[in-house]
Design a binder for this molecule. Structure first.
Ligand SMILES: [Zn+2]
Length: 253
């Protein structure tokens, strides 16, 4: 039995384009992805999307960001509802993996109550360091929930057979990580915010706000090398790319 990957859209955010691609005018409408990976040995979630309270009152959690952000997020689009639509009980998820701890990647962690959280050690530590937490805009309410946290140092093979592998992709935040998923059709790289869009990768066009520019460039070069070896890159928030990604309950093939 092989590994299956399911893509889910848990809302959309429209933001100034310059936040995503430095210097770019206008606004960008960004999909908020979450992924379900079904392995013969268990189920994993990669990124949990937005907190469900953003469906009613985005300003309460987003603060100043709410002034420049339009939130499209309806009841039924949160991760738990997406899973319920596939007859999957959130309590049956074996691993919760966050690329990083920003609100649009870890906001739905409270919807996956039983699974241990797999996160890079520098990301977890930064989120609990007052200065780094402020600089990186973490919100403890998203992820400091008393869940079992397993801090990962570097690469981590989730199911022990090389098919679902976490690897460090620092730069966007102090401990960002991405996921390699081996399907029958080949490898897919879920970049998270290490690579917002195709243009980020093709032009090394960085966002305005990031933690470490050199680390981010090195991460993007590593994605280019993986792509040259045949991997397919799934960007963090690229609407054009996302339009061609099958949505759950259809698997990515
Ligand atoms: Zn982010």
């Amino acid at each position: 039995m092989s590994v299956k990957l399911f893509a889910m859209t848990c809302g959309w955010l429209t933001m100034p384009a310059k936040m995503i691609l430095e210097g770019m005018p206008g606004a960008l409408r960004l999909p908020i992805p979450a992924y379900l990976i079904v392995h013969p040995k268990g189920k994993a979630i990669f990124d949990s999307g937005l907190h469900s309270s953003l469906q009613n009152d985005p300003a309460e959690r987003l603060g100043g960001l709410a002034r420049v952000t339009t939130v499209e997020y309806q009841p039924g689009e949160e991760l738990s509802a997406r899973l319920a639509a596939m007859d999957i009980d959130t309590r049956d998820i074996n691993y919760l993996i966050n690329s990083h701890l920003h609100f649009d990647h870890a906001g739905g962690n409270d919807q996956i109550p039983n699974a241990p959280l797999l996160i890079q050690r520098p990301e977890w530590e930064a989120a609990h360091d007052p200065d780094l937490a402020a600089a990186n805009s973490y919100d403890l309410r998203d992820f400091d929930l008393g869940q079992d946290v397993r801090q990962v140092d570097g690469e981590f093979d989730v199911f022990g057979d090389g098919t679902v592998v976490i690897f460090p992709t620092y730069g966007h935040t102090p401990g960002h990580q991405s996921l390699k998923v081996r399907l029958d059709s080949g490898d897919i790289i879920l970049t998270g915010d290490a690579c917002y869009m195709r243009k980020t990768l093709e032009d090394l066009h960085l966002p305005r706000i990031l933690h470490d520019r050199d680390a981010m460039i090195a991460t993007l070069q590593s994605f280019r090398a993986l792509e040259r070896r045949g991997a397919r890159i799934f960007y963090g928030h690229d609407a054009e790319h996302w339009a061609n990604v099958p949505q759950a309950p259809l698997p990515v093939v």
